[in-house]
Design a binder for this molecule. Sequence first.
Ligand code: NIG
Ligand code: FE
Length: 431
Amino acid sequence: MTVDEDPHLERVDLLISGAAEVATPLGAHALSGSKLDACQVREGWGVAISADRIVSVGPTADLRRVYRPVLEYDAKGGTIVPGFVDAHTHPVFAGTREDEFEMRTKGATYVEISLSGGGILSTVRGVRKASREVLLMQLLGRMDRFLELGTTTVEAKSGYGLSTEDELKMLGVIAEANRMHPVDLVPTFLGAHEFPEEYRDRRGDYVDLLVKEMLPRIAEEGLAEYCDIFTESHVFGLDDSRRILTQAKGLGFRLRLHVDQLTPLGGAELAAEFGADSADHLECVTDKGIEALGEAGVVPVICPLVALYLRQKQEVPGRRMIDAGLAPAIATDFNPGSCYTQSMPEVMTWSALRMNMTAGEVLTAGTLNAAASLNRAGDIGSLEPGKRADVLILDVPNHRHLAYELGRNPVRVVVKNGRVVHERTDFQFRA
Ligand code: NIG
Ligand code: FE
């Protein structure tokens, strides 16, 4: 009797074999402190998949004894890891801002550029002018790039519309792209990103508009899971933020916040007070803020490339947060102003170099903890039976190589929801 006919073997759709290593964090919750580093790393293991779910992860020989795959995929000595989860991005925009990048290389600061009408507002002008179709086409192109770079779930913010109509346009585009593309988008309403030009002299009225019109409308149309705010002294201070958060929470939004990026305003404490799923940026967070995040179980989302992009001296105290027992995620903060990259591998290298994080820590922070910050740790973020089959084959000999190598895309194959959706056959790692 051949393997194909053996009735004792359970049929699975896909068996990934031939890997040098399978590396994954484990669990359905964010991992904190010393547990952040505790990835399971196994040589010669494989992954069995049926429909969109992982069935089993184990020694390849054992998997072959139990399962009869419709397709066996040879990882050819690569490394298998979970699909990356990017927990902080602004991927819907029209036009780019290389002029501001150059101004910063000559010494201008991000806030100076913003206050002179550039920054976020220049992208707002671009988005307001752009049609839904153009925004959708560009977003889909960026989603292709996320996929090529191994990111299978992306948090996607609005926040370049800043009027009810334009914010709805952005969130509508995110919803449409989500239906059309294998990458999963998690929609976040960020109407409180900046004060639009027409409200510059009557900021209170814009907060009224957010609270009384935009949030109820977006809740009614079910267009966002999360509400986010750029809480910072030159934009939405603590009082404005509190008003918006109270309404958003009341309407059923989950919360994530841009906090303590440029000044130590106490945004981390605010995120803790409101039970946000994540507090993002945190370059200037205080010890008190770190303590508050820890006590409230908020996931700090570190975007290590932003300080580099903004040429900001303060860097996120990532190591201090881990040593204090927090459970950080890492993210790109992909946007046209403060960080123009979509690459989680790049973020991993920078997290290792600037936050003193280990290979295991950056892998957990860019998968399971990022998933936890999006309320999805039960479904994605690790390679375990029952989880969604979002799996990467990397063209590297072990998971430690992932953070180590800078500037090459190591992603060879992407499996999303159990299907091979991206595949490069033209390269294989050579030392
Ligand atoms: O996360 N900090 C505020 N918002 C974005 C930047 C957006 C922009 O400059 O267009 C950020 O860095
Ligand atoms: Fe951001």
